[in-house]
Design a protein around this ligand. Structure first.
Ligand SMILES: [Zn+2]
Length: 153
């Protein structure tokens, strides 16, 4: 069981912004928002989407295999084009193993996310374990937060 961290006002604000960002994702089933913070300044943000200037046909989103081949995850979009060395990442979903590789190599030192929902944990168990293992050995701290009360629907 993951330990719940105490959320600072900054954590709450950043996770709320991530949730707002996630709403921009055109993915009909999974919407993720992420942002990168350094010295209390947002230096990157993103949501899961197909690459810019590529075919955005909803039929491509409906085809799960094709979607997986094309989509750029929120965490990667938030990290593209910035220097994230020693920065903090916020994301609405525990990052997949591919994103964890990018997060580690980008120099992120801490990840803040929501507790992993049980259904998600069961479905993505292997990826979650790979992520946890890599983050642990790379020394990236992971803090789990409760969904801010303002976001509880
Ligand atoms: Zn990912």
């Amino acid at each position: 069981m993951d330990t719940i961290s105490t959320s600072s006002d900054t954590d709450d604000t950043c996770l709320r912004i991530c949730e707002l960002l996630s709403r921009s994702s055109p993915d009909p089933s999974t919407k993720v928002g992420a942002l990168v913070l350094r010295n209390y300044k947002i230096i990157g943000s993103g949501y899961n989407d197909f690459p810019r200037n590529t075919n955005q046909d909803p039929l491509l989103w409906a085809d799960r295999e094709e979607k997986y081949r094309r989509v750029v995850h929120a965490e990667q979009n938030a990290l593209i084009g910035i220097n994230a060395r020693n920065a903090i990442l916020y994301t609405t979903m525990f990052p997949c193993s591919t994103c964890c590789g990018v997060i580690i190599n980008a120099g992120i030192i801490q990840i803040n996310t929501f507790l992993i929902p049980e259904a998600f944990a069961l479905r993505w168990n292997m990826s979650i374990e790979s992520s946890r293992s890599m983050l642990r050995s790379a020394g990236v701290e992971v803090k789990f937060h409760l969904v801010p009360s303002a976001l509880v629907r």
